[in-house]
Design a protein around this ligand. Structure first.
Ligand code: NAD
Length: 440
């Protein structure tokens, strides 16, 4: 059993800490955000993530998982320190690693004996050397460490499952000792035959960016195919289904929509192009994916304007779904933000609803109206816009929707509703890349 500290208790840190304690290790989750730590100590989970409450509680009750704001003491008491703080996008498109740098300095100052320092945060390719240098510069003579890059691939909304049953583990380190300690930490996965790749630090960092940027590219590609379907009269669902049956392509990430969002794809795709440019190796495909994504978000606004005969002035629009994907309360880079902003810019009024993200969106738009059910949000609205594919929207009673709206007008940016039924009820509607019953 290892003594482990995870620094940063966000979506990655909290899930990783709970998961690693579930593997049988003793984990301290440390964060500088006192309010967050207080909540966790009181048993309140600050994020919405299915299954997290159960695994966290189970390991807390077993005495394997604790929370502290005393980052220094947690480092001092650990064999292995994971860095899981945020690396948001900076103004120039590069990753802002100032939080990682601060943590590296703190680790250096509190390195009292040999420890493995492992970065889970997504950091730019080549950042490992810089992190090691910061630790070294700040440590005393007693300090000794090996460095590991262990990028995380969990997806919000299914993060617990993804952490406990990952497709693969990437362990980037030049130290055999650190590699064997990492194997010990992930022992339950290792014995379950989860592929574990031992790479260099730079290769591990590259794998993370290359994977996320590729998925962003795949989404932008299917979105552009959807747009072309609209122009030529094809149905993107049938196209995507057929493409997905080709084992070389796979059906995952072939769902057209309003453009990707979230805390990873936008910033990681952008950071990869920044690293590529800095190394004189422009990645044109990813630049195109980023620009296609921006255009896709704008295209949804154009679709709404078209449905509303060119003007939103004085109109009330119900925005259903605020998070960037279902099963999370994360609204970072959510396409719903661009939609809300456009409605407000056009002098419209927003009635918003999300099953778990109203509170998150209030941090950006405190003055729009939020409701606790979609039925309330659409009441006397001129149009409803579905922005997130929550299951409860898939099963919404379209008769009720029609009765609540002033007129039956709908934009389904996630293609979750049955077009035949919408047509039967007399809806004026649009979605993404679908052949409408009236067109066929
Ligand atoms: P987050 O913003 O949810 O959480 C980051 C946490 O770090 C916050 O609680 C913050 O208070 C804490 N923190 C910042 N500076 C600190 C410091 N000096 N000392 C202690 N705590 C500090 O971030 P996240 O979404 O969990 O992402 C973390 C990293 O993991 C990022 O690099 C991200 O790119 C990567 N990642 C995220 C996901 C995801 O789905 N969210 C998936 C894979 C990888």
């Amino acid at each position: 059993m290892k003594k482990i500290t995870i620094i940063g208790t966000g979506y990655v840190g909290l899930v990783s800490g709970s998961g690693i304690s579930d593997f049988g290790h003793n984990v301290i989750c440390a964060d500088k955000d006192e309010e967050k730590i207080k909540k966790l100590q009181d048993g309140t989970i600050p994020i919405y993530e299915p299954g997290l409450k159960e695994i966290l509680q189970r390991n807390r009750d077993a005495g394997r998982l604790s929370f502290t704001k005393n980052v220094e003491d947690a480092i001092y008491r650990s064999d292995v320190v994971f860095i899981a703080v945020g690396t948001p996008q900076s103004a120039n498109g590069e990753a802002d690693i100032s939080a990682v740098e601060n943590v590296a300095k703190t680790i250096g100052k509190n390195l009292n004996d040999y420890k493995v320092i492992c970065t889970k945060s997504t950091v730019p390719i080549g950042a490992g050397d810089h992190i090691c240098e910061l630790i070294r510069r700040n440590m005393s003579d007693n300090g000794e460490f090996d460095y590991v890059s262990n990028p995380e691939f969990l997806r919000e909304g299914s993060a617990v499952k993804d952490f406990l049953w990952p497709d693969r583990l990437i362990i980037g380190t030049k130290s055999e000792k650190a590699f064997s300690i990492m194997k010990e930490i992930y022992h339950p996965l290792y014995i379950n035959d989860t592929p574990m790749m031992h790479t260099s630090v730079v290769t591990a960092e590259m794998i993370k960016y290359a994977s996320n940027a590729f998925l962003a590219l795949k989404i932008s590609y299917i979105n552009e195919i959807a747009n072309l379907c609209e122009a030529v009269g094809g149905d993107v669902h049938e196209v995507a289904k057929a493409m997905g049956q080709d084992g070389r392509i796979s059906s995952k990430f072939l769902h057209p929509g309003p453009g990707y969002g979230g805390s990873c794809f936008p910033k990681d795709a952008s950071a990869l192009t920044a690293v590529a440019d800095a190394n004189g190796q422009e990645i044109r495909t990813i630049k195109a994916a980023i620009s296609a994504n921006e255009a896709q978000k704008r295209r949804m606004v154009d679709k709404l304007l078209k449905l509303m005969n060119g003007s939103l002035c004085g109109k009330t629009i119900a925005v259903l779904g605020l998070s960037f994907k279902p099963n999370t309360n994360d609204i970072r880079e959510s396409p719903a933000i661009e939609m809300i902003q456009a409605i407000l810019n056009e002098m419209g009024t927003v009635r918003a609803f999300d099953p778990v993200s109203n509170e998150s969106m209030q941090t950006i738009y405190p003055d729009i109206n939020y409701y606790t059910s979609w039925e309330e949000a659409v009441y006397k609205a001129d149009c409803a816009v579905i922005m997130t594919e929550w299951n409860e929207f898939r099963s919404m009673d379209l008769g009720v929707l029609k009765n609540q709206l002033i007129a039956p007008v709908l934009l389904d940016t996630r293609n979750v509703l049955n077009m035949n039924e919408l047509q039967k009820l007399g809806f004026t509607f649009d979605n993404v890349g679908r052949l409408k019953p009236s067109d066929s």
